[in-house]
Design a binder for this molecule. Structure first.
Ligand code: CDP
Length: 217
């Protein structure tokens, strides 16, 4: 099975790239951020997000997580992302979710010719021997604008849009800082990853660049 590992900063375009690659090659895809978001979302729904035993509750939820029940839409809020990033610092939680991700790959080995996983520690931890590793980044301003567009909000006032953009810049920067500085599996490019800045290229250009690397053109 061909393994493609995609890591990168929040809203850098890694998720879109992963989806497009999986579609192009008929590979199975897992957005690993959804696992952390799902645990965070369950904590919020069950009012456990302010518990003094957050690590314990996170691990309990993670153990029972079904990877086939990850509804992307309900997990997209910034509140969920912020808590996801916070709990992602727990070593025990990461161990549980890492096993689930590795299980997902093993279970699909005979069903698909390849897999694409995107997240923060795919090239360094989950698929250390991946055939291809990519690390995707872009400037914070561009990433915040992309996240705002994803939200599909029609603003009545230009000022409201500016305000939302400003909040997103702060939220995304804080999350990047936490993800990059945590002790367990920090967000860093694997030594053998192709590092690509998408500040000035769109999703199609990125796909083209990456497929050229994969196909050795
Ligand atoms: O879509 P976006 O890049 O904003 O975030 P995500 O991929 O859904 O991930 C949400 C959070 O989960 C990240 O900020 C990380 O803290 C955490 N995460 C992680 O630690 N390891 C992964 N493999 C994937 C996500």
């Amino acid at each position: 099975m061909i393994e493609i590992a995609i890591d990168g900063t929040a809203a850098s375009g890694k998720g879109t790239l992963a989806k497009k690659l999986a579609k192009k090659y008929g590979f199975v895809h897992l957005d690993t951020g959804l696992l952390y978001r799902k645990v965070a979302n369950e904590l919020i729904i069950n009012k456990k997000d302010t518990s003094s035993n957050l690590a314990y509750h996170s691990c309990e939820i993670a153990r029972n997580l079904n990877l086939l029940e990850l509804n992307k839409k309900e997990l997209r809020s910034e509140e969920t992302a912020k808590l996801a990033s916070f709990i992602a610092t727990y070593t025990k939680l990461r161990e549980i979710l890492n096993s689930k991700q590795k299980e997902f790959v093993a279970n699909n080995k005979t069903k698909f010719p390849g897999c694409v996983l995107d997240g923060r520690d795919i090239g360094t931890k989950i698929l250390p021997n991946a055939d291809f590793k990519f690390f995707i980044d872009a400037s914070i301003d561009i990433r915040a604008k992309r996240r705002l567009l994803e939200k599909n909000i029609s603003f009545l006032h230009e000022n409201d849009e500016k305000c939302m953009l400003h909040s997103l810049i702060i939220e995304i920067s804080e999350r990047d800082k936490l993800d990059s500085s945590r002790k367990t599996s920090p967000l860093v490019p694997a030594n053998d990853a192709h590092v690509i800045d998408t500040s000035f290229i769109d999703a199609e250009e990125l796909l083209l660049k990456v497929t050229k690397i994969i196909e050795g053109i």
